[in-house]
Design a protein around this ligand. Structure first.
Ligand code: SAM
Length: 380
């Protein structure tokens, strides 16, 4: 038997898994996952094993297993960092359902990648209503070839999706499958009145989430989605300036203690989101190794203005040791933001929203007109 012969049974099992996990409910999107062979779009992918990337292809049994499971598959690496992937099917169906399409709606996708999501859209809405933009030329040609092989002919364009695709606007829906530091105004302009935009808005690394915005007149507004997702970033060709990061000179550091015992503040995603509004640009974080033990001895934060802190992972007498340098006390920001976050009742994403106007966008808590708002600017 050919390895592909049972793909439709596997696709059917994937649909059942997604239904059981609550990732898809509408019959239309279930039918799309059933009808589109995902294996055609991911003939090869990369799997992280033991700290290195391994190629997985049709010669390995686990290839087809993983293709028809609820797994994101990394399909392109640049300097050992993923730059394209086929997202988790359950995340894709969640986003597609949140798009709330009607027959005949015209949809623009930002980030064609493998073309699988474009195929799901084309199955649901028809070729003439699907448009997709991708910045990597070789991905566009591979996606076009695979889609055509299955009889799908959506419009694919090769350029920076930050500008949308004005020549076919307006769209009823825009879906971005890469993260943006803020919503490009062009996307709002290219969405018809009453239309929806869904995107992962991440003003800083890990700080942000999926948001669903409705355009009304000169504004797009809506709430963040419950849960948390993390898409790869929209790359801005030619504009990336690597942030410079300070050497952490422990001998010269300011020293104090902290009663805040949270070890990895970046894992509390709404707290981390609030903290970023006070951080200088270019935040980095992680574990600092203890040269004595060779294991993680502290967590560090640093920003490109030269600020940094290291906070010990061990707790003695209810406190941890803080060492800091540079102009801004980054751990103080985490401490104060933690206090604020507690005062606000540890809000989940569903309490946050986003308003986008030309030249200004801001996040808010509970209501767009309330006093609690945080201005978003592109300063990753
Ligand atoms: C998570 S993948 C998209 C997955 C895709 N929707 C699929 O079904 O396979 C994100 C994609 O966004 C693309 N991308 C990154 N920056 C971009 C940009 N400025 N314009 C358009 N696409 C971009 C990446 O090359 C990558 O293919």
């Amino acid at each position: 038997m050919n390895v592909f012969d049972d793909w439709s049974e596997r696709a059917e099992r994937l649909v059942r898994t997604l239904v059981d996990k609550g990732k898809v409910s509408s019959p239309e999107w279930q039918a799309a996952v059933r009808a589109v062979p995902r294996h055609v779009f991911v003939p090869v992918f990369h799997e992280r094993r033991g700290g290195a990337w391994e190629v997985v292809d049709q010669t390995q049994d686990r290839w087809l297993e993983l293709v028809y499971s609820n797994t994101a598959l990394v399909t392109l690496l640049g300097e050992a960092v993923p730059i394209s992937s086929s997202s988790e099917p359950g995340l894709m169906t969640r986003m597609l359902e949140a798009l709330d399409v009607r027959d005949g709606d015209r949809v623009l996708e930002i980030g064609t990648g493998t073309g699988y999501n474009a195929a799901l859209l084309a199955h649901r809405l028809g070729d003439a209503n699907v448009f997709s933009v991708e910045v990597e030329p070789e991905l566009v040609s591979a996606a076009r070839r695979r889609l055509a092989g299955l009889g799908y002919h959506p419009v694919l364009a090769e350029h920076n999706g930050a500008g949308g695709l004005p020549e076919h606007a307006p769209y009823d829906r825009i879906i971005a499958t890469c993260a943006v530091p803020m919503i490009p105004w062009e996307w709002v302009e290219q969405t018809g009145d009453g239309g929806l935009i869904i995107a992962d808005v991440k003003p800083h690394v890990f700080a942000g989430n999926l948001v669903v915005l409705r355009r009304k007149g000169k504004r797009a507004q809506g709430r963040f989605a419950p849960g948390w997702v993390d898409f790869m970033d929209l790359r801005r060709p030619g504009t990336a300036e690597p942030h410079r990061h300070p050497q952490r000179d422990l001998a010269q550091a300011r020293r104090r203690t902290t009663g805040l015992l949270t070890e990895r503040p970046w894992e509390e995603s709404t707290l981390w989101f609030l903290a970023h509004f006070r951080f200088p640009p270019g935040v980095r974080f992680g574990y600092a190794m203890d040269p004595g033990t060779g294991g993680p001895g502290a967590v560090f934060l640093s920003t490109s203005d030269g600020s940094w802190c290291e906070v010990s992972t061990t707790v003695d007498n209810g406190v941890r040791q803080v060492r800091e340098g540079g102009p801004v006390s980054l751990w103080r920001i985490i401490e104060e933001t933690t206090d604020l976050w507690h005062q606000l009742g540890k809000p989940g994403w569903e309490r946050f929203g986003l308003t986008v106007e030309e030249g200004a966008q801001w996040a808010w808590l509970d209501t767009p007109d309330g006093a609690l708002r945080w201005v978003i600017g592109a300063r990753r």
